[in-house]
Design a protein around this ligand. Structure first.
Ligand SMILES: [Mg+2]
Length: 289
């Protein structure tokens, strides 16, 4: 059995003796140190929201190194078909970046952690007034990075990311520097932490809000929301789907502080789980004959 399938089998076979099953057969998380729950059983009324980096593709040293793996477009298209188009990507990447990566696939997308969104009709939701104040700190960030090998600044237009993956010893220095820039911009901005990255962005929009906005629209409205993501930037979305009666799944090692109710151990296990959903949905569909 391939390693990814073995990992998925382990995730599915975790102990079931402590908590009652919920309405879709999932386990509620045990917040007292016991193993996490098994994965929810899929249902045809799911609205599936997926993070991108660290969830559908492994994280690379540089975000530009990521390409769409072979078969990914087909996988997502298949999920669209079985879930009546209720599939969307919600990412920290800029919308234009996501669109280029996913071409020729057309999916509802939210970029910059919900700062910009393209709905299922193809309409763009973005407020350019959010991003203008960032001009005041762009030069300072560029100068900071230029003087410190290993750091990388990513200008996403509506947000400025500072990656410290190449210089992990500078984490605190980067955090303190970016907090000084944030203070200069005022309360309308905050710092979003991700995996070895800090991001300066306007406040008030996050992945949870993107989930709620999609859920107010066709084809998502009235469905059960599922969010799959891998890091702190996804916690708002986990909380949002939990509050809406849905399911939240965190990819990677179990994190003690997550709001997610289930875990998948890796990107490979996540892809194996997604690939199994259409077959599981067909197996649970009522007999039409
Ligand atoms: Mg991610």
């Amino acid at each position: 059995m391939p390693a990814a399938m073995q990992a998925l089998a382990r995730a599915r076979c975790r102990p079931r003796e402590r908590e009652p099953a919920n309405r879709l057969g999932a386990r509620f998380p045990d917040r007292y140190g016991c193993p996490m729950n098994a994965l929810p059983l899929p249902a045809p009324d799911w609205a599936l929201f997926l993070d991108f980096d660290g969830t559908l593709v492994d994280i690379e040293d540089h975000p530009d190194d990521v390409t769409l793996p072979a078969g990914m477009a087909q996988r997502l298209r298949h999920l669209q078909v079985v879930l009546d188009d209720a599939v969307a990507i919600i990412s920290g990447r800029a919308l234009a970046d996501l669109e280029a990566l996913l071409q020729p696939l057309r999916l509802p997308l939210a970029g910059l952690h919900g700062l910009e969104r393209r709905d299922a009709r193809g309409c763009l939701h973005r407020d350019n007034r959010d991003r203008e104040p960032l001009d005041a700190v762009r030069d300072a960030i560029a100068g900071f990075v230029a003087a410190r090998p290993g750091l990388y600044a990513e200008d996403k237009g509506g947000a400025l990311a500072l990656h410290w993956r190449g210089a992990p010893e500078r984490e605190q220095e980067v955090a303190a520097f970016l907090e000084r820039q944030r203070r200069q911009l005022g309360d309308g901005f905050h710092i979003q932490s991700g995996k070895q990255v800090f991001e300066l962005k306007p406040s008030g929009r996050d992945k949870g809000r993107a989930v709620r906005e999609f859920m107010a629209e066709a084809p998502f409205h009235g469905r059960t929301p599922i969010f799959v993501g891998d890091d702190r930037t996804d916690e708002d979305a986990f909380a949002a789907v939990n509050a809406l009666g849905g399911f939240s799944i965190r990819v990677g090692e179990h994190h003690p502080d997550t709001a997610a109710i289930a875990t998948l151990p890796s990107v490979a296990a996540t892809l194996a789980w997604l690939d199994g959903l259409p077959e599981q949905l067909e197996a649970t569909a009522p007999d039409q004959s």
